[in-house]
Design a protein around this ligand. Structure first.
Ligand SMILES: CCCCCCCCCCCCCC(=O)SCCNC(=O)CCNC(=O)[C@H](O)C(C)(C)COP(=O)(O)OP(=O)(O)OC[C@H]1O[C@@H](n2cnc3c(N)ncnc32)[C@H](O)[C@@H]1OP(=O)(O)O
Length: 253
């Protein structure tokens, strides 16, 4: 709370960008985590917005039967509050997803003012449902693993009828980055290695299963496999290196 108030004060009062960055660099990453990480967000915790932001990871009419089936499967594994306030243990949790991560993270509204007003998260930049990246991430903290259910829309075409390699890299970066960020705080991608094994048909649903390999100081090593929804076909394999940064790094510090 103290950190949050401090950051908001700095951002409101310090207008010189280098000085602002320098001050923000002094704040430990871990202190910022609770209000920057996407898992800290819930609509009920966002009283500053006049209308709640759209959570793009919830089912919408463009989702295929397979996408819904997988969503319902992982959702059934999630921790749920039961009648009487007791929690049904599950180990899994669904991560909400907004089109301006920083703005909708609790307390991030002030930081987001420093960024371009029209900026949108690359994977959530169209309102046309089903056109591009339809995905939802389920996190298993104890297993240090996450599963992303991804349905590739028609705007992601590369080879005729199949998904563009850059779009595949994007959803891999998103999945691995979400896992690394969840486990290590604010991170940036330093390295991605991708092996494309078989094409992903447009409109199909795939699973991106990501795991933590190791953490060495500021370096978080993660890897993933992209498979068909029944797991029978391997489409892509990747490894990623994510480096923990101070928030000032995002502002040129
Ligand atoms: C914020 C809220 C998020 C919420 C979730 C949103 C969901 C969406 C998720 C979307 C996710 C999307 C995410 C995105 O798309 S992030 C966007 C794409 N990434 C970038 O633009 C990053 C650009 N690069 C940099 O900013 C810096 O180079 C970084 C920050 C990466 C490191 O610069 P920094 O000056 O800080 O660190 P350092 O140079 O002292 O190096 C430190 C250590 O790391 C080792 N090293 C460095 N680079 C490499 C390399 N390439 N291979 C192997 N090793 C490497 C290095 O040897 C050293 O090791 P050691 O000597 O200590 O052993």
């Amino acid at each position: 709370m103290v950190t949050r108030v401090f950051c908001q004060t700095v951002l409101h009062t310090v207008s010189a960008r280098p000085l602002r960055s320098a001050i923000l660099r002094l704040i430990p990453r871990t202190a910022l985590l609770p209000w920057l990480s996407s898992r800290a967000v819930s609509v009920s915790e966002w009283p500053l917005l006049s209308s709640p932001p759209r959570d793009y990871s919830l089912p919408n009419p463009s989702w295929s039967t397979e996408m819904r089936r997988l969503y319902e499967y992982y959702d059934s594994l999630c921790e749920k509050e039961m009648e009487g306030g007791e929690k049904k243990p599950g180990g899994w949790g669904r991560l909400p997803s907004y089109n301006r991560t920083l703005k909708y993270a609790a307390g991030g509204k002030c930081l987001s003012k420093l960024l371009k007003e029209k900026a949108r998260l690359f994977t959530r930049n169209t309102e046309e449902q089903g056109a591009a990246f339809e995905y939802v991430v389920f996190m298993n903290k104890s297993e240090k693993r996450c599963v992303c259910i991804f349905q590739a829309g028609h705007l992601l075409e590369g080879p005729p009828g199949n998904v563009h390699g850059g779009a595949i890299a994007t959803i891999i970066d998103t999945s691995l980055g979400t896992l690394a960020g969840y486990l290590s705080g604010i991170v940036m991608t330093a390295n991605l290695n991708i092996n494309y094994c078989s094409p992903i048909p447009l409109g199909s649903v795939v699973l991106i299963d990501s795991v933590l390999d190791k953490v060495e100081g500021r370096k978080t090593f993660v890897s993933c496999q992209v498979t068909s929804s029944d797991g029978s076909k391997l489409h892509t394999e990747a490894t990623g290196l994510f480096i923990s940064i101070n928030v000032g790094h995002l502002f040129g510090g």
